[in-house]
Design a protein around this ligand. Sequence first.
Ligand code: BDR
Ligand code: CA
Length: 311
Amino acid sequence: AHRIIIDTDPGVDDAIAIMLALASDRLKVEALVTVAGNVTVEQTARNACMILELAQRTDIPVHAGCARPIGHTRVSASHVHGVTGMDGPDLPAPTMPVQPRHGVDYLIDAIRDAPRHSLHLVMLGPMTNLAMALIKAPDIAARLRGVVAMGGARCEGGNITPSAEFNFYADPEAADIVLRSGIALTLLPLDVTHQCLTTPARLARLRALPGRCASAAVAMLEAAGRFDLNKYGWAGAPLHDPCTIAWLLQPDLFAGRQVNVSISLHDPLTRGMSVVDWWDTTDRPANALFMHDANADGFYDLLTRHLARLP
Ligand code: BDR
Ligand code: CA
């Protein structure tokens, strides 16, 4: 099985991404590392524990990482995910502990201890933890097999400002550090995730699944879907973060290009925006495989098949 660490800020779509990873026998989830993003780092760590308990996978450790971004104060997305970050289902308070070791220190050790190029880091929130790890231990960049991240937007515009996607906006300096690190990076931006809408028909297939994980996922999607319906008039919410796991499991669901991606840092109007050199107008080297197209039906088939396997 393919070894992964998931760095995350659950978050409704984070929770479903984690479930998708846990359901696959082709992925071995080594740990969940949490970060401040959708909600505070204490709450994202608590939510990570709740998901693992729901899936009966308390063998997977949870490490809490950074409590705020590098270059500005915390931005949250509780207007999307609810005050808890996972509004919707009525889940019991977690009993498993959060590990005492800080998420950044765990990441450094785990990447150093794993055989070279054996480990993928999946990033579902602001990139603060990896950026801090790279500052503390630059040698880890050459050891990872790759980073698969949800973040950025090219043609879609932003979802937290007119120009910026939430994960990149919430910590632009961190995204910049990761994009300059030389790590093989795959990006699933809004251009792709806005194609993966949880329509009523897709939700109905998930609702028909028996397990408590699937039921919790549906309850979260229904709460998030209400937000998006109000906001965009869409027939459902985009399912951002699970696209990363889906790409690891079935890369042919997505199409993209190797391009240069740079982050706008200094202009208040565009701070956190991903500037993508799609048409090769500069000599800046390619630093990311940036996706632009998804097979949404294939993605929901994969998700439904996998959630069916969980308790
Ligand atoms: C990203 O922002 C968060 O609210 C979601 O969990 C996802 O990671 C989408 O822009
Ligand atoms: Ca997220």
